[in-house]
Design a protein around this ligand. Structure first.
Ligand SMILES: CC(C)(COP(=O)(O)OP(=O)(O)OC[C@H]1O[C@@H](n2cnc3c(N)ncnc32)[C@H](O)[C@@H]1OP(=O)(O)O)[C@@H](O)C(=O)NCCC(=O)NCCS
Length: 205
């Protein structure tokens, strides 16, 4: 059985990517960040682990904490998350994908890049050669990570943003839509604009 967690837009995208093989769709309580403490009540936790594979259809709403918490809860309970590679994406030789990584419509992952567990590379995003993306991160539609850039865990790269070659961003960084990140930043900030500048610190993960 293939379980799809979540019932919002991201779950619809995954459902489209994997199509007819989904046999059950389960709403995970806690999709709204303020009610994250109720995730433990998900009916999906009652399914027989041995007969289930699972997809994380919780989006990055509210900074991705709920998505990460749901993933970690189900891994702890023994479930195995599937890695999704949309058939329209391009994943070149030598790319490493962690458990539950999701490569969506038209995304490009060039050679030598790696994407950590439970991260999303969204529609038409480009992850260039030898880029490293940590776990539980989100590269939003049309964003570009240039060659040898490195982003940590739980990082959000906004739609259409560009991270220049070799730039390194720590865990918890948020890059606003359309920003151009020209240099590395040592601490987790919300970065916006061209060139990107911090507007605030990010919430602790
Ligand atoms: C950067 C971001 C996270 C900031 O969100 P926020 O903390 O709620 O910030 P606010 O909306 O309160 O804006 C704070 C200031 O930053 C400015 N700002 C916000 N986002 C900006 C952006 N992407 N580029 C330039 N300026 C931006 C606002 O105009 C505001 O400026 P002001 O104080 O002069 O009025 C958000 O605006 C953003 O860009 N998110 C990315 C969304 C996205 O790409 N999602 C992908 C969906 S698949």
């Amino acid at each position: 059985m293939l379980l799809l967690l979540g019932d919002g837009g991201h779950a619809d995208v995954l459902s489209d990517a994997v199509g007819q093989v989904i046999t059950a769709r389960v709403v995970a309580p806690g999709e709204v960040p303020s009610s994250g403490s109720h995730i433990e009540e998900s009916e999906a936790l009652g399914y027989d682990i041995g007969s289930c594979e699972i997809l994380n259809g919780i989006g990055f709403l509210g900074g991705g904490n709920v998505r990460r918490q749901v993933y970690q809860l189900f891994v702890k309970a023994g479930f195995r998350f599937l890695t999704v590679i949309d058939r329209s994406s391009m994943v070149r030789n030598g790319v490493e994908l962690g458990n539950g990584a999701q490569i969506l419509v038209g995304a490009v992952l060039n050679t030598g890049s790696r994407v950590g567990e439970n991260s999303i590379i969204n529609s038409a995003a480009v992850v260039e050669h030898h880029v490293s993306v940590g776990s539980h991160s989100h590269v939003a539609p049309n964003a570009t990570l240039c060659g040898e850039a490195s982003i940590g865990d739980s990082v959000m790269i906004g739609a259409g943003a560009v991270v220049l070659p070799g730039v390194s961003l720590p865990t918890g960084t948020v890059v606003g839509a359309g920003a151009v990140v020209t240099r590395s930043w040592p601490t987790a900030e919300v970065l916006v604009g061209v060139p990107a500048r911090p507007i605030s610190k990010t919430e602790p993960q």
